[in-house]
Design a binder for this molecule. Structure first.
Ligand SMILES: [Zn+2]
Length: 322
């Protein structure tokens, strides 16, 4: 009897232990699987969230270039939309209806490939106001920003012309895409302003491809994105002047030559620009197979010139702008 009671109580204790263990494992699963880190980005202030920290290579296991600026829990600005970034956009908790403006640095695929996916997702959302889209003017080898948007969506030749309603002028002032070209300027120019933010651009050198760097001023914060550039000229340094956060592209290692160097800036150039512009915080993104694993060398080259914080970006990282 005692024995059987003993076995019964042992069994009861075992069942309770198993229950506690199951609850613990479920809790652990819920905690680790929810993108809490992402959804809390910028909840109480201004923050930059990296949607894509990689370049064009898929083997880097990163989404391609894209950044969100959060302000008081709303995603207000997006810069670029490379492949994979639409999924990260969803994971971040952002909604297309929250965006004040869409900015393109240039139209390489790793900066623009997921744009149609974001646009189509917004068709199912609750956006009720136009979406201004700004990007560079074109040349022989690249479309302008307006050509890019119309080549995707407009009648009669757009690839996704079934969405042509989204680019037709809308007299009711409800949701439509409003693309504008930014005139070439080697010094910063004001491109967009509303009650809460101002956006400036400067043309940068990215080989033969028309490209822009962007500065967003929101509240008292100044955030600058280099985009892809080899760092030639003074426009980027002027644009980045006294930036609270400077996102620069770490696409090549020190010593790179040829086409790579004509398109991108090595760590020494990033460090020089960050130092001359007196930026308060430097975030390195657009990380590629040729720079991944060389972080110590990259940091050392930059540190020779720039003394502020240096951070390496990963997908969905959230950088509060202090
Ligand atoms: Zn590029």
């Amino acid at each position: 009897m005692n024995k059987s009671l003993g076995r019964g109580s042992d069994m009861y204790a075992l069942q309770q232990s198993v229950k506690v263990l199951v609850v613990f494992v479920l809790l652990l699963f819920v905690c680790t699987s929810s993108p809490a880190k992402a959804q809390s980005c910028g909840a109480t202030g201004v923050a930059v969230q990296v949607l894509g920290s990689g370049g064009p290579e898929l083997q880097d296991k990163r989404a391609s270039t894209s950044y969100l600026i959060w302000d008081q829990g709303k995603a207000r600005v997006i810069v670029d939309a490379g492949g994979g970034s639409a999924l990260r956009f969803g994971e971040s908790g952002a909604k297309m209806s929250q965006l004040d403006v869409f900015l393109f640095t240039h139209f390489h695929v790793d900066h623009s490939g997921d744009f149609p996916a974001l646009v189509f997702s917004s068709w199912f959302g609750d956006r009720t106001r136009p979406l201004p889209i700004f990007g560079p003017s074109g040349n022989k080898i690249m479309p302008s920003n307006t050509e890019f948007v119309h080549d995707l969506f407009s009648e009669p030749r757009g690839a996704w012309r079934y969405l042509s309603g989204m680019v037709e002028p809308n007299p009711e002032g409800t949701y439509e895409l409003q693309p504008h070209n930014v005139a070439r300027s080697s010094t910063p120019i004001l491109v967009f302003r509303n009650a809460d933010l101002a956006v400036y651009a400067a043309s940068v050198v990215h080989g033969p491809f028309p490209a822009l760097a962007w500065r967003v001023e929101i509240g008292s914060k100044r955030i600058v994105f280099s985009g892809d550039t080899n760092g030639e000229g003074e426009g980027l340094t002027q644009l980045a002047s006294n930036a609270d956060l400077f996102v620069a592209h770490n696409a090549i290692p020190e010593g790179a030559t040829g086409v790579e160097r004509r398109l991108h800036m090595p760590p020494s150039v990033i460090g020089t620009i960050a130092a001359n512009a007196h930026v308060k915080q430097l975030v390195l993104s657009h990380r590629m197979l040729r720079t991944l694993g060389k972080e110590d060398q990259t940091q050392a080259e930059i540190r020779l010139r720039y003394s502020g914080p240096i951070l390496f970006a990963n997908d969905l990282d959230c950088f509060p702008v202090k």
